[in-house]
Ligand binder design. Structure first.
Ligand SMILES: [Zn+2]
Length: 45
């Protein structure tokens, strides 16, 4: 699930699988759908 967080007076959307932050809920949801954080991310950074 994508969670929201406040940062720099703006709302960000965080992928709970790998922790990446997005400024768009659509981007975060799309990312998380393809995120393999649960299996151990191999592409981070
Ligand atoms: Zn992710």
């Amino acid at each position: 699930m994508v969670s929201t967080t406040q940062k720099d007076d703006a709302e960000w959307f965080r992928c709970e699988e790998c922790g990446l932050l997005f400024d768009s809920e659509i981007d975060a949801t799309t990312h998380e759908r393809n995120c393999d954080g649960e299996d151990g991310p191999s592409y981070l950074q």
